[in-house]
Design a protein. Structure first.
Length: 397
């Protein structure tokens, strides 16, 4: 791929191309089913050995009893878009934005991310969205190929069903892009996430400076788009996701009927179901439930939907996403651990469970043969303190 971002002289990359050995000892290793005191050896980017005991071999890092966890796996984050457009109508240079996003995630313990890019434009309203995903994906893939990223990046296409250009934009992608996830989104006002129009108005007015008339026109336009394109675009997006070989996710399911449709579409996990009814239906259909870490940390949804803690206590929570606050992901795992009195189960919600939901079997747990993506965490006043982040055994934060 020809790109000004690709360097021909870069010889040491964060992608594990350089051989390294990392030995962490005297650590509390958070395994899939228990926590043990021991040591972990990473050789050439893979976990080569795990042993119990307090011994500290020569050359090993003494973790002084800190936790060692798998690197966090993030399936849905809007963080890249925030770096691309730090304020409304401000288009930040793309390579610096990509690198700042990558560095921020690494600094919070995230070692694998599916970067969410919107596909589906709206041109016939004051609050419009232009096509950007294809160009940004090219830049992201080139940056990854150049070895500039500290952590592992995959693509996640957010398919906006009620838009004007969805299928045309999706046609520009193919299997070679290695799209990991396609999520089916319908943000039409009056249903799903935005059943409460007051919450939507507060959000949009603050972000885009809309008055009452603007908001009314915006709502009417989105409802017209749903009527015109909804069914066609949903079916087309499912077809395109299968052509890519991507995992399909639903978004903001509210009713059992919507979950049944998601199952028929082939959804593997559900992003942010808005009601207990929808979460229960997901469990019945074998669809993993994802909720947002900010919802869990704040104690409720900013849109007035079901609280993540309610689903967690009911046994209906499988995956946590940082959503719009990267640092919330690690914190959420320890909040869940307090709630469940089960740290391995909580850590799985931000490591192994999202990895498996996205079809990744080479990461997400501390086991021999897995990728050497690990983090070291101390505790301070019930708050996790990140002490080190390694991607493929190389320190990145």
């Amino acid at each position: 791929m020809n790109s000004p971002f690709v360097s021909t002289h870069l010889t040491e990359a964060y992608d594990g191309s350089m051989s390294e050995v990392l030995h962490l000892a005297n650590a509390r290793l958070v395994l899939s089913d228990r926590v043990v005191t021991g040591r972990l050896l990473i050789v050439d980017g893979q976990i080569a050995e795990i042993a119990e005991g307090e011994s500290i071999p020569g050359g090993a890092v003494n973790c002084n009893g800190d936790y060692v966890l798998p690197g966090l796996v993030e399936l849905h984050t809007d963080n890249l878009e925030r770096h691309m457009e730090p304020r409304p109508e401000v288009d930040w240079p793309h390579l610096p934005a990509l690198l700042a996003h990558d560095a921020e995630l690494a600094s919070t313990g995230i070692t694998t991310v599916f970067d969410a890019l919107r596909v589906g434009s709206i041109h016939s309203a004051k609050v419009g969205y232009g096509a950007y995903a294809r160009k940004l994906a090219d830049e992201l893939l080139a940056t990854r190929a150049a070895g500039y990223f500290k952590i592992s990046h995959f693509l996640h296409l957010r398919a906006e069903i009620c838009s004007e250009t969805l299928l045309a934009e999706m046609a520009a992608f193919g299997p070679a892009d290695r799209i990991g996830i396609v999520s089916l989104m319908d943000h039409t006002p009056g249903q799903r996430q935005f059943r409460d129009l007051t919450a939507l108005k507060t959000y949009v007015a603050k972000k885009r400076g809309m008055d009452d008339a603007d908001f009314a026109a915006h709502v009417a336009n989105l409802k017209a788009l749903q009527k015109r394109f909804g069914a066609k675009h949903e079916a087309g997006a499912v077809t395109e996701a299968k052509r890519y070989g991507a995992v399909i996710a639903s978004h903001d399911d509210t009713t059992a009927e919507q979950v049944a449709t998601s199952k028929a579409n082939g959804a593997e996990f559900a992003e942010f179901p808005t009601t207990p009814e929808a979460a229960e239906a997901c469990q019945t259909h074998g669809i993993a439930v994802m909720m947002g870490a900010p919802n869990l940390i704040r104690g409720g949804s900013h849109s007035g939907n079901v609280a993540a803690s309610e689903l967690a206590l009911a046994g209906l929570l499988d995956i946590v996403s940082s959503d719009y606050v990267p640092a919330a992901l690690l914190l959420s795992a320890f909040r869940l651990a307090e709630m469940w009195d089960d740290l391995p189960r909580a850590v799985a919600c931000v490591t192994q469970n999202p990895a498996r939901a996205a079809g990744l079997c080479d990461r997400g747990c501390l086991a021999t043969g897995q990728r050497g993506d690990v983090i070291r965490v101390a505790m301070g006043d019930k708050t996790p303190l990140l002490r080190g982040v390694w991607s493929l055994g190389k320190r990145v934060a």
